[in-house]
Design a protein around this ligand. Structure first.
Ligand code: A2P
Length: 357
């Protein structure tokens, strides 16, 4: 399995004005993995910070895992196979690096439009998918192009993100050679969404998992929602609370003298994931990177935390075609009756969209 560091810095939602300092702090604190993406809109700043840190000798390029993602706008599209290479070249230029350590397909979804700005972006203000975009499930042709990018030497390792078991199986079928398979699947993972089947499948197939939104994604469009307290679908007897405020998480943290964030990160690490907490605050970046030293969860703690797993998802998918794909992660999700019950509202309002959480 790919020997990734247990904890990296998540760069989703880190604004251009703040991400530069965050990356430099993280690298000074010993962080060795930066999880970025073209779609996060901050690769120029991230690149400047990496360059400065290397020049200042805070870190060596060869000790770093620089991760980026090929966005939906640059999948192969109806015979146009030039898009993936164009996207990688732009990312390398923005990051000011010769190669990426890991390049992920961001979603198993292609969007026809390469520039989303004239259409109003990916999502509407409330997080719902932008209905003006023309999109479809596509990953086979794009993976073929990504293999070529790896062969060019500009990418050391390849993986996927937001893939289901069915999609991974479809990829294996098309690309049966072990060396052509994804080495990573990065998905939303935290105690409210432990995804044991997907985790077991990836383990069985030697695919390393990376956990995004490990702290409950409090600064995203759905970060104020949480599962309802109860025993129904997408409910937990320990619900009614954002993840970082969950009393069980807090109690386990108190036992170890650790913060709730450290408990959540240690949960990820104990499960064998590479955890990707996002923060732009130096004291939190240090707290997060030190999670495992401050908090080693026991088997009992992990068993106790299982009660939180209720399939509650913060990230909303954004495509219509997923009605055809009942195993898509967001298809089976529900709940979301928290402070901002965005998911339910979305379900009611936007007929035809499949959404999660
Ligand atoms: P900030 O960037 O201001 O630190 P996720 O990684 O699940 O997407 O969660 C990111 C959110 O969690 C952000 O709002 C981030 O805010 C916040 N956060 C990051 N680290 C901590 C921490 N140690 N304690 C509390 N909140 C944190």
């Amino acid at each position: 399995m790919l020997p990734l560091p247990p904890i990296g810095l998540g760069l989703w939602k880190s604004a251009p004005g703040e991400v530069h300092a965050a990356v430099k702090e993280a690298l000074l604190f010993g962080c060795k993995l930066l999880d970025g993406a073209a779609a996060y809109g901050n690769e120029v700043e991230v690149g400047n910070a990496i360059k400065e840190a290397i020049d200042e000798k805070s870190v060596k390029r060869e000790d770093l895992w620089i991760v980026s993602k090929l966005f939906n706008t640059h999948h192969a599209w109806e015979g146009d196979t030039s898009r993936p290479k164009a996207a990688l070249d732009k990312t390398l230029k923005d990051l000011q690096v010769e190669y990426l350590d890991l390049y992920l397909m961001h979603w198993p979804v292609a969007i026809e439009q390469t520039d989303l700005k004239p259409y109003g972006g990916l999502r509407l203000k409330d997080g719902t998918p932008n209905p003006k975009l023309n999109l479809k499930i596509e990953y086979i042709e794009t993976w073929r192009e990504m293999l070529k990018l790896k062969a060019s030497g500009k990418v050391k390792h390849l993986g996927v993100s937001n893939f289901t078991i069915e999609q991974l199986e479809a990829l294996f079928k098309e690309f049966p050679d072990a060396k052509d398979r994804p080495e990573v699947n990065q998905v939303e993972l935290h105690p409210y969404l432990a995804q044991p089947e997907l985790v077991a499948f990836c383990k069985q197939h030697n695919i390393k998992m990376m956990a995004y939104s490990p702290l409950g994604s409090g600064d995203s469009y759905s970060g104020k929602s949480y599962p309802v307290k109860g025993t129904g679908p997408f409910q937990t007897p320990q619900g009614g609370m954002p993840l970082l405020q969950n009393p069980l998480v807090k109690a386990i943290g108190d036992k170890h003298g650790a913060t709730p964030a450290q408990v959540l990160i240690s949960w990820s690490v104990a499960n064998g994931f590479t955890c990707l907490p996002k923060s732009v605050q130096p004291h939190r970046i240090a707290e997060n990177l030190g999670a495992v030293n401050s908090c080693r969860l026991s088997a009992e703690d992990l068993e106790e935390l299982k009660v939180l797993d209720c399939g509650f998802r913060y990230g909303i998918g954004y495509l219509t075609g997923y009605f055809d794909c009942p195993n898509a992660p967001w298809y089976t999700s529900g709940g979301g009756a928290g402070g901002v019950p965005i998911h339910r509202a979305v379900y009611r309002k936007v007929k035809g969209w499949v959404v999660g959480g």
